[in-house]
Write a protein that binds this ligand. Structure first.
Ligand code: SAM
Length: 269
């Protein structure tokens, strides 16, 4: 155990396991014990609490929802980057966009979008290759990552995965105090919207989508949660719409509604 880390008893571990499962649908096995202790210790210290049991009691008290949100933020894994799993963006450009209806706006949802890289990647692809109007919704359970996504402001090393021509066309390089960062430019920002949505609960009214990206989040869910989440999302997909998961995920046994187009890409009949 690292210096300064408070210890988490078996009972305390199961309290937090249950909390994150009930709240976010995230299943944390025994291997996640150090992660829970490591990520939450600073909150206990900030609040002057002596044990994880005290922190759990604090989190579940009425009026402390803000702290509960912070705990959920700390327990989620938010890794993401621009043009992650680029084959999906090739598929969008080559297969989906040429056949898309241009008489109405094309709508894409990046559910569990983390800090927004997936959303702005989609925005660049649409701005470059879609003939009609479009809009993108990005959503996540973590307020912290959504704040970064809305700011559209990233450290310059995150730009490594963006083609230079796209970077030049759609992003502004920081100067002066902003040196070492870049901002996604207004024309793209104006077509994307971010909303706090917990996929583990009934969805708010979001409308229907032509394409839904649900990548790198199902790995944290058990089978029953996967089924419920996917069912909720598929209900928001237009007939003929595409549902895209990560290359390391699959919808085998998760839904009977979608048809496989190629591994990780599905379509609603
Ligand atoms: C690893 S990131 C994936 C980001 C992006 N889709 C990608 O593939 O790069 C997983 C995200 O899922 C979010 N998440 C976890 N449980 C969630 C839930 N129940 N509802 C909504 N978002 C959730 C986390 O906050 C995190 O930002």
């Amino acid at each position: 155990m690292h210096e300064g880390l408070l210890s988490l008893s078996d009972r305390e571990f199961s309290l937090f396991q249950r909390l994150i499962f009930e709240r976010a649908g995230i299943s944390m096995g025994p291997a996640k014990r150090a992660l829970i202790a490591g990520r939450l210790t600073k909150r206990l210290k900030a609040l002057g609490l002596g044990s994880f049991a005290d922190y759990h009691a604090y989190l579940t008290q009425r009026g402390n929802e803000g702290e509960l949100q912070q705990a959920v933020d700390l327990l989620t894994t938010n890794e993401t980057y621009f043009f992650r799993e680029p084959k999906h963006f090739d598929f969008l450009r080559e297969q989906i966009l040429p056949k898309a209806n241009t008489t109405r706006p094309l709508r894409i949802w990046s559910a569990a979008c983390s800090s927004g890289e997936e959303v702005y990647t989609l925005a660049m692809v649409l701005a470059e290759h879609h003939a009609g109007a479009w809009e993108i919704l990005g959503s996540d359970i973590s307020q912290r990552v959504l704040a970064q996504a809305r700011s559209a402001h990233y450290p310059i090393d995150r730009a490594e995965d963006i083609a230079p021509a796209l970077l030049k066309k759609y992003c502004l390089k920081g100067i002066g105090a902003q040196q070492g960062s870049f901002l996604v430019d207004k024309p793209l920002r104006s077509k994307v919207r971010f909303e706090s949505i917990n996929l583990n609960e009934p969805l708010p009214r979001v409308g229907e989508f032509d394409v839904i990206f649900l990548r790198n989040v199902m790995i944290y869910f058990d089978m029953a949660t996967k089924r419920e989440v996917v069912e909720r999302l598929v209900a928001q997909l237009r007939p003929g719409g595409y549902f895209i998961v990560s290359h390391s995920e699959s919808l085998n046994g998760v839904t009977e509604i979608l048809r496989v187009v190629s591994p990780s890409i599905y379509r609603k009949p």
